[in-house]
Design a protein around this ligand. Structure first.
Ligand SMILES: [Zn+2]
Ligand SMILES: [Zn+2]
Length: 387
């Protein structure tokens, strides 16, 4: 098989990435992105390209040899509702939407690997290329699974990459076990009787109680969970129906909780209920807690991680492949696939001076594209070794 010229591939991936960056699409609306991906896969001579998997998802399949094992490689395609502040020529052309998490880069990297593996082969079995929608919502992977992903496009293991600001370009990191956190969302509604700001004693307004509740919620992590468990409880919104001279009768406290074990997530919900009810009672109010689980914890399989490190060492310099020291309290929809098959999720560097993820000045560093594409190809070839 002819070998692809990597410099040409790098230039191509850069142009794909910048095209995607200029045309960002929000979760489950990735119509143009999915069409772009599917057209590229067909151009590369893919055996099978399925569109509309779980809404706007795309699954490409490459088969070589007679091996009956299958490996999945996954990228995400969605952008965020953030107004871009960057001023590069390929900046977002859609007001209020931008690729602030680098999913444009992830898609371009996986397309690069698709082109590489379609042209060169070097594996025996099946490689599935999963381009998933709506990662940021934590809903895209479930949508693909509900659409029969595992039955229609079966695979034995899955691998994925995310770019990481703060890590130098050309570096690779992952770790065994807990790698990224669960994300739960909560809303507590306090209800009382509002009234005139000058006559607080005539009703039972909710704002003072809500402020006390926000403070008390901080004791869940500091006083009610084991110090050995990593968790975060963040209140992000406090909304009332009061105005300047009207005491509110309803307050809504919204926020986000992160943890790494289902038992901890359950305990956070339980403690939140106790604190909300106790606080409400002491202020003569009623409280309702709505608690939802958006992302499950991402747990990397030990063997898959060892294989990922071995593949990475064929792509990255030895000193640039390292074990992530601690799990990260960010969440990833990739975890949903790991409920079905073992796998490994890993980080590739986006530069030490990169703006953070989800920041209006963030941009994917194109120099990382070739590393990601080569890593995807390397893990596929290693796991489907022709022997
Ligand atoms: Zn993100
Ligand atoms: Zn992301």
């Amino acid at each position: 098989m002819p070998e692809l010229d990597l410099e040409t591939l790098q230039a191509e991936m850069t142009s794909w990435r910048r095209h995607l960056h200029a045309h960002p699409e929000f979760g489950f609306e990735e119509v143009g992105t999915a069409a772009f991906v599917a057209a590229k896969l067909r151009e590369f001579g893919f055996d099978e390209v399925a569109e509309g998997v779980g809404g706007t998802g795309v699954v490409g399949t490459l088969k070589r040899g007679t091996g009956n094992r299958a490996i999945a490689l996954r990228a995400d395609m969605d952008a965020l509702r953030i107004a871009e502040q960057g001023d590069h020529p390929y900046r977002s052309q859609t007001p209020g939407v931008m690729h602030a998490c680098g999913h444009d880069g992830h898609t371009a990297m996986l397309l690069g690997a698709a082109k590489l593996l379609a042209a060169e082969g070097g594996f025996d079995g099946t490689v599935r290329f999963l381009f998933q929608p709506a990662e940021e919502w934590g809903k895209g992977a479930l949508a693909m699974l509900a659409d029969g992903l595992m039955e229609r496009f079966p695979f034995d293991e899955i691998h994925g990459l995310h770019n990481m600001p703060g890590l130098a370009v050309g570096q690779f990191q992952t770790r065994t076990g807990s790698f990224m956190s669960a994300e739960d969302n909560f809303e507590i509604v306090l209800k009382g009787v509002g009234g005139h700001a000058a006559r607080p004693h005539s009703g039972n307004e909710v704002l003072v109680a809500a402020c006390a509740l926000v403070t008390s919620l901080q004791t869940i992590v500091s006083r009610r969970l084991s110090p050995a468990d990593i968790a975060v409880v963040s209140v992000t919104e406090l909304l009332t129906d009061g105005t300047r001279n009207v005491l509110p009768g309803t307050a809504r406290i919204l926020g986000d909780a992160r943890s790494f074990r289902p038992e901890v997530s359950a305990e956070i919900e339980r403690q939140m209920g106790i604190i909300a009810q106790g606080t409400a009672q002491s202020y003569n109010l009623s409280a309702e807690l709505h608690y939802t689980r958006e992302f499950v914890p991402l747990v990397n399989d030990e063997t898959m991680v060892q294989e990922a490190f071995a593949a990475a060492r064929t792509v990255f310099d030895d000193g640039d492949v390292s074990v992530a020291r601690e799990p990260m309290t960010g969440s990833e929809d990739f975890a949903r696939f790991l409920d079905h098959v073992p796998g490994c999720f890993a980080y590739v560097g986006n530069g030490e001076d990169s703006a953070p993820l989800h920041n209006p000045r963030y941009d994917f560093d194109d120099r990382g594209l070739i590393h990601g594409a080569r890593y995807h190809a390397a893990i596929a070839r290693r796991r489907l070794s022709p022997g």
